[in-house]
Write a protein that binds this ligand. Sequence first.
Ligand SMILES: *Cc1c(COP(=O)(O)O)cnc(C)c1O
Length: 428
Amino acid sequence: MFVNKNDIRPFDKKVWLSSPTMHGDEQKWVNDAFEKNWITTAGENINEVEKLVAQYAGMKYAVALSCGTASLHLATKLAGEKLYGQAKPNCGTLQGHKVFCADMTFDATINPVAYEDGEAVFIDTERDTWNMSPEALEKAFELYPDVKLVVLVHLYGVPAKIDEIRAVCDKHGALIIEDAAESFGATYKGRETGCFGDYSAISFNGNKIITGSSGGMFLTDSKDDADKVRKWSTQSREAAPWYQHEEIGYNYRMSNIIAGVIRGQMNFLDEHIAQKKAIYERYKEGLKGLPVTMNPFDEKNSSPNFWLSCLLIDKDAMCRQVRGENEALYIPEKGKSCPTEILETLASFNAEGRPIWKPMHMQPIYRMNGFVTVSGNGRGQSNAYIDRGEATDIGADIFERGLCLPSDNKMTPEQQDIIIELIRSCFE
Ligand SMILES: *Cc1c(COP(=O)(O)O)cnc(C)c1O
C-alpha cells in the first residue's frame, strides 16, 4: 500500500546520514585534559585510547594519529619502504611501482599511493560484499605479476572477502594494507577488522561509528612498525637534545583533546553497532515487496558494524537516470525509480541519503589508471556504459543502481518508518 507523499510533512530536524552521537563521558575526558593542561599531542587520553583500541581490535600496538588518512599514508609509506627499500631523495617509497587498490571506496583509501609516488591499478568489486573481487585481483596478478602491494577496504562496515584475498596475496607474495576506517567493530570469522592487514588503519572522523571529531589509528603487531609510525608522525625527531632529523617527518599525531572524545566514545562502540544493526534490519523488513535489496554481507562468516544501510534497485525497476560529472537527471516512470529520485525525495523531506561512493576508475583524477574486471576488457568500460546507458563493470553498476540511506543512530523508528514510506512512494 502506498502512502500519498502529500500527507507526509518534512522532518522538523534533519535526519542525517550518520552524525556524531555524544554521551557525556567524552566531555569528562576533555575536561580532564584541560585541568591537567595537556593541551597538546601528548597526554593520558592518547595513551589510554591507544591501549583501548589495540585491546578492542586484538592488535599489539596502536598509534593515535590526526586522521584515518594520515594512518593510511604512513601504512603505505611503511609498505613501500619494506618492499622497495628507502626512497631516493624527492621520491615516495613506492617509487613508481603499481599497487592494486579497491575501486569502490572513498578516495582517502588510495590517495596515499599517489603521495608515495606509486601507481594505483583499480580492482573491480564483487556482488556479495561490495568489496574487492578476489577473482579480479587474481586476474590483475596475471596481467601485472610484479605487483607486491594490495589496498583493500571494508566498505560501509561490511568485511571484505578477506580469506580469499589473503590467499591470492600469499600466492603472489604481496602485502596488504587494510582500510578499516568505516568498519571499526565489524568482525570476520570472529576477529576484528583492523587486524587482517600487514598494515591497518581506522578512522574517528565525525561521521564514523564512533568519533573524536577527527582522528585515526594505525594498528600493527610489529613493535618496529609502531615505533617508526610514531616517529614519522612527530616530525621524525631523532633522540638528540636539539631538533635532529635524518628522515622526512610529518605532523600527524592525535591531539590529547580529541583523544579525550574518543576515550569517552569507546564505551559506546558496541551500543552504536547494535543501533546501526537495528536500523539495517528495519529497512530490510520495511522495504520488503519493493524491487530492491539491501547491501549484502557474508552472513555465515562476518558480522558488519552496519555503519551505513544501503539499497540496490533491481535492474528492471530502474527508471532512466543520467549522471554528468556534477549533476544528475532522471525521467520518472510508473512502478520504477532510481537513486536520484529517491535521494531528491528524501532531501525534500529533510532526510540525508547519499549516492554510493563513486568508483575510483570513474573519477576524473584517476582516469588514466589501470582497471581490472572479471568480465572483460577493463578500462574503457566506464565510457561504454555512459554511451549505452548501462553499466558493464560491477562498481559502475552498483554506483548507478545503489544509494546510502539515512543511517543515523539517533533516528527514531517512527522517523525511519516515514523514510521507508517515502522510498515506497518513489515506486508508485
Ligand atoms: C573516512 C574514511 C577514510 C579517511 O578517514 P579520515 O579520518 O577522514 O581521514 C579513509 N577511508 C575510508 C573508506 C573512509 O570512509
